[in-house]
Design a protein around this ligand. Structure first.
Ligand code: ASP
Ligand code: MG
Length: 468
């Protein structure tokens, strides 16, 4: 019996005619094995940056810059259409929409130039254009392999709220729309090729799911059509145990749990958009990360529970350029509301907090933010707590940078006693000083703050604990 798969291709997988041909070969092979396939695609690599760059250039009145970027985007698609050998109707089917989208870009940029500012809503209208062009090329490449494929604008399928630049999918409505727009095609053995990254509100206003969001689209579509698996095609074999630029001897993981994957995605392993796990987890749909350019490699499977061989530590990641902010004072002991006020003040600066730690003595709270935000955070906290500072209930608000958060991820941290001990012994033996620690209640990761100068050495040393 055939299964139903979503195949999502990232920007490099559709970055040229050669890459698109590889992607289309993969789609055709899965179809020929008797499976139903829905494809989700990114924009051609670099195009989203060019589009958003045009919007910013328009706002600052650099017309020529807009014209140059538009020409570059047009050339990328035309060169690919030529290299694919598209002719006649098939060429029109691809390049007419490109011309139409670039005309839209020009109108939008004119409007932005007049306004002198770009709203999140306008940026989404511009940013979404890349997928709304690439989708036609990939659909044509699949058709060249004798398989009926149709470009589908996700604005017709993925219903979202109106949080522009980071829209939230409305799954019930998306399911209903997918049943109308996608299921009939799939059941007829045809292939919808859907724009990743893009959605629309109930009023039909285009939204995006945030940069890198086409992975998330893959999982949203997978959940909406009850896919058996979602395959995320990228340009590496799968999830690695560490960054190969930092550590020698990294391995590609065979499998991971959803929880482990979300910790890795959050803490800096850039293979998957962190939200991708959510729709998959809700419906228990496995995600497989695979390499478009090495299609016989099985990739990394993300499922309910990862395999646990060898003690089950899965990866080590680092978030760099962080600042450790400390609020300390004996007058904080037992006073409710200090943490709420501190994080409220931080939130009002629009900064996100990457790690938090407080000891039970309640005499200090420390947390981490991007080092670039340290100045505004300290100023905001001093304003919030000026009474407490005057009364010396709080004695110190300070920051330390640059520091790095090193995170070890693995389900074994929860199940195996002594893992934390091994981590600290390894660091101790290497003479690395740890400034702060946090272990999430998911108990599937431990994060440690170290001096930036010790970051690479910490990652290397902890990678040694991951059993081969
Ligand atoms: N094209 C979008 C971006 O570059 C979405 C994606 O590729 O995932 O952010
Ligand atoms: Mg991506």
């Amino acid at each position: 019996m055939g299964q139903r798969f979503v195949l999502k291709f990232g920007g490099t997988s559709v970055g040229s005619a050669a890459a698109m041909s590889q992607a289309a070969d993969i789609v055709a092979a899965v179809c020929r094995d008797g499976h139903q396939v829905a494809v989700v695609t990114s924009a051609m690599s670099g195009v989203t940056d060019l589009l958003l760059g045009s919007a910013h250039a328009a706002v600052s009145g650099q017309r020529l810059d807009v014209v140059e970027r538009t020409a570059a985007i047009r050339a990328r698609h035309e060169v690919a259409a030529d290299a694919l050998g598209l002719e006649g109707d098939q060429r029109h089917l691809v390049l007419d929409p490109v011309t139409a989208r670039l005309a839209e870009l020009s109108l939008l940029c004119d409007a932005l130039a007049v306004l002198g500012e770009a709203s999140p809503r306008a940026l989404d209208a511009v940013g979404a254009l890349g997928e709304r062009m690439s989708v036609h090329l990939l659909a044509a490449a699949v058709r060249q392999r004798g398989i009926a494929a149709h470009a589908v604008d996700a604005a017709r399928v993925v219903r979202t709220d109106d949080s522009f630049l980071a829209a939230v999918p409305l799954m019930d409505e998306t399911r209903r729309l997918a049943a109308i727009e996608l299921l009939p095609l799939l059941e007829a053995g045809e292939v919808p090729v859907i724009t990743g990254f893009v959605g629309a509100t109930a009023d039909g206003v285009v939204t995006t799911l945030g940069r890198g969001g086409s992975d998330y689209s893959g999982a949203i579509v997978g959940a909406a059509i009850d896919a058996d698996e979602v395959w995320i095609y990228t340009d590496v074999d799968g999830v690695m145990t560490a960054d190969p630029r930092v550590v020698t001897g990294v391995q590609t993981l065979e499998s991971l749990s959803y929880l482990e994957m979300s910790e890795l995605a959050y803490f800096g392993a850039k293979v998957l958009h962190p939200k991708t796990i959510l729709p998959a987890l809700e419906r228990g749909i496995p995600i497989r990360i695979r390499n478009t350019f090495n299609p016989s490699h099985p990739g990394t499977l993300v499922v309910g529970r990862g395999d646990d061989n060898g003690g089950g530590l899965k990866g080590v990641t680092a978030i760099r350029a962080q600042s450790l902010v400390t609020i300390a004072g004996r007058g904080m002991l037992g006073v409710p509301g200090i943490a709420a006020r501190a994080f409220g003040a931080v939130a009002r600066t629009g900064t996100s907090v990457s790690m938090i730690s407080q000891a039970s003595s309640e005499q200090s709270i420390c947390f981490l933010v991007a080092a670039a935000s340290a100045g505004i955070i300290i100023a905001a906290l001093e304003r919030e707590f000026h009474h407490e500072l005057d009364r010396r209930d709080i004695e110190d608000i300070s920051s330390l940078e640059p520091v790095v958060i090193v995170t070890v991820v693995g389900g074994a941290i929860k199940r195996t006693p002594g893992v934390a001990g091994r981590i600290f012994s390894a660091l101790g033996a290497a003479g690395i000083n740890v400034t702060a620690i946090a272990m999430g209640s998911s108990e599937c990761s431990i994060s440690l703050v170290v001096d930036a100068a010790d970051a690479d050495r910490s990652v290397q040393c902890l990678h040694g604990l991951i059993a081969g």
